[in-house]
Structures are given as structure tokens and as C-alpha cells.
Design a protein around this ligand. Sequence first.
Ligand code: FAD
Length: 402
Amino acid sequence: MDDAPLTCDVLIVGGGPAGLSVASTLPDAVDTIIVHQDEEIGYPIRTSGGCWTDDTARLGIPPEMYNVLNTNEAFADDAHAVIPLKGNMPAILDTPRLYKWLARQSDHKTRRLMLATKFTGARVRGDGRYVCTIRTRDGSKREILARYLVEASGWHLAVLRALGLATARPGRLGVGTEYEYPLGANPPDRGIIFMGAKVPSGYGWAFGTALGTLRIGVGVIQPDTDASPRKLLDAVVADEALLARYGLKLEGEPVVHSGILPSVAFDERMVWGNVVRVGDSANFATPTAGEGIRVCIDLGRELGKQLGRAVKTGRAGPLRAYERRARRQLKRSYKWGFIVNTRIARYGPKEWNASVRRMAKLDTASVTGLLRNDFSRRKIMALALSGGRAWVKSRLGRLTRR
Ligand SMILES: Cc1cc2nc3c(=O)[nH]c(=O)nc-3n(C[C@H](O)[C@H](O)[C@H](O)COP(=O)(O)OP(=O)(O)OC[C@H]3O[C@@H](n4cnc5c(N)ncnc54)[C@H](O)[C@@H]3O)c2cc1C
């Protein structure tokens, strides 16, 4: 080791929306270190940033950090629908700006943000403290001695794997590639999703952003398909007839973004002694659309509050309270969402044509519920979209019996 160990109450591994939100609500005096392997908060961009106006308002996200989509459409190979959204509208977050804003909320506290620093390992000492190893910007190795460890490294599961609490990375992953073009003549407030033969076991999207650009992307679930999202996206952007049908005009050289998130069933365990997980490492992204940022901010803030109480009292109760809140908020709807996820991952062009036709006929609450993975009993009936009443009824019975 190159220097004396650093010490802290809480070590947060990962400076994405989950880790930064935890830091934002930890009490000011709690000695905190965030290690983040990237050079800068918010970059490289690995997410599309889709959210909803009700959530941006509830989470206090300033309006200049998102772009509202007033026109929303869905395309399958032989079907097209204008999605009937009203009130709670899709909002595309400017994630670098948002994540920097989240980071600023703990700037004044007793916390140190170590960029370009990778967490490489951990072991528990006899007194219950965690001895963690990191590799810093200049390549040197250091130790950090921490009382509490927050796993916020996303799909990497860096902390859980280092401590043997997870044996491998998630076995099923959502993998996406996105190109960002100048907006050109495209309407800034229009969003589309597209499904069918061009995107097996996944879906595509295009929308205007808060930065006056146009993003188009494709995400697939691996290993349900071994297709590369980048190759699929290249085929879409090279197909002029298809782009004309989607109403898109692409100009100039794109900037490329790509990212990975887990696509596995929700697991309600969040806490192992003084180790606690949050965000993608805890499967917080919605199973239906892979939307995780609002959930990471919400439950990340909750974890920061509870962790503050745990540090102060040394008791396990506050972390259990966080675990219960995550379970209450996500367990039921994510079970339903995962059923939908695995079902639509097998859809072919015929099923997508039928789904998009039905989408146009759904009421606003049902379609918003599906897109947001919000499965109240009433909204579950809207699952006719993906299978019909008999199918819904059989699964409703199974789920409510658990
Ligand atoms: C293609 C794609 C599109 C998406 N679209 C949307 C969307 O439209 N809307 C939405 O809400 N969500 C979307 N998501 C999901 C969303 O991005 C995630 O749910 C969210 O980013 C999870 O936040 P997190 O903080 O848990 O993890 P991350 O954002 O993954 O942040 C974890 C950070 O930890 C760092 N890290 C990892 N290992 C280490 C280590 N060993 N040491 C130090 N640092 C480490 C990583 O570099 C990373 O920056 C999308 C995801 C993908 C892949």
C-alpha cells in the first residue's frame, strides 16, 4: 500500500444517481467517502434519461434539467399508434447536469468524492470494520477503513462480489446503444418507441433532449438474444425508408453512448450487516422499460436518512426500515413487471403489431401504468395488452397467493 489508510463512517462505491442520492441525505457530520471509477460525474453517458413530469416535480428536479415530450408514438412493423398520454408526461433528463446537481447536494458535508478511483476489494476485520482497497487516479493502491459500505456500483456488483455476497454479475442484462445527433428539423418535444423485426428481444426509441439534440437508440436483453444493439442501431439509421416512416431526419456525425443494466427478478434483500445496496445493484430499474433514475433518487435519499440514524445509534433497525420501504414500494409491481418483461422479450413482429394496435385503444392511466411499471389491480387488467384476460387472471391468482 502506498499511503496510510483513509477512514470514514460510510464508504459509497459508485457515483451514479443512487450513490449520490444516498450522500445527499446523510447527516452533514457523517464522515463519508464516495469512490467513483469514472473521471467525471455524469460522463460517459450510459442512459437515455427517460422520466416523468410527476416524478421530476416530486423529486424537486429543476425544469432546465429535462425536456418534456408532448407527442408520443409507437411503431411496430405494420402498426402505428399515437400513445394517449395526458398530465403526467415523459420527460428526458439531462443526466450529466442532473448527476452533477445531485453531487452538489453533499458538497458542503463531511464527504470526500474520489473520482477516477476504483474500488478493488474488501474484507471484514475482527472489530466489524471493512478494510477496502482502492486504485486511485495515479495508479497507486490505498486502503479505506469504513464502518458501513454502500453498494452503488450498478450492474458491476463490485462490493457484493468482493465480499462473496454475490457470486457473479447478473445473468440477464439489458444492453443499449444510443446515437446523439443535432436536432435539425426534428420536433424537440416528440418521442417514439419502435419494436418488431429490427429489434429482436428489445425495443428502440428516439426523442429530443434538453440540450437541443436528437437521440436514437436500441436496447436488447442478453442472452435472450445474442444480437449486438450497436449493429441493430446501425441497420436502423442506415434504412432511409424506415426513418421516413418514423418521421426522423438524421444529420451530422453522432456521439455514441452505451450502457448496461441488470434485467433480473427483483430480490428483496438489501442489507447484509453493515453492507447495504441501492440502485441497479439492487435491481431498481423498472422491468417493463428499464427506467431506474427516479427510483434510485427516491430510495437513495431514503437510504441516506436511515444510514444517518444507523451511524448515530449503531443499531440495525434503520437499515431494516430502508429494506422494508424498498420491498413495499417495488416487490409486487416488479413481480408483475418481470412477468411482462420475460413475455415481451419473446415477442415477434406479429405480437408487436397487435400490441401497438391495442396501445392506441388503452386509456391514459393504463398505458402510463404499463410504461411506468405501475401495476395496481386496475392497471393489471390493462395487461390485456400483452396477453388477454385469461392469462392475467391466472397470474393474478398466483401472485396474490404468495
Ligand atoms: C441503455 C440504457 C438506457 C436506460 N434508459 C433509462 C431511462 O430512459 N430512464 C431511466 O430512468 N433509467 C434508464 N436506464 C437505467 C438507469 O441508467 C439506471 O437504473 C441508473 O443509472 C442506475 O443508477 P446507479 O447509480 O444504481 O448505477 P450506475 O448509474 O450504473 O452508476 C454506478 C457507477 O458506479 C461506478 N462503478 C462501478 N464499479 C465501480 C468500482 N469498482 N469502483 C468505483 N466505481 C464503480 C460506475 O462507473 C458507475 O458510474 C437505462 C440504462 C441503460 C443501460
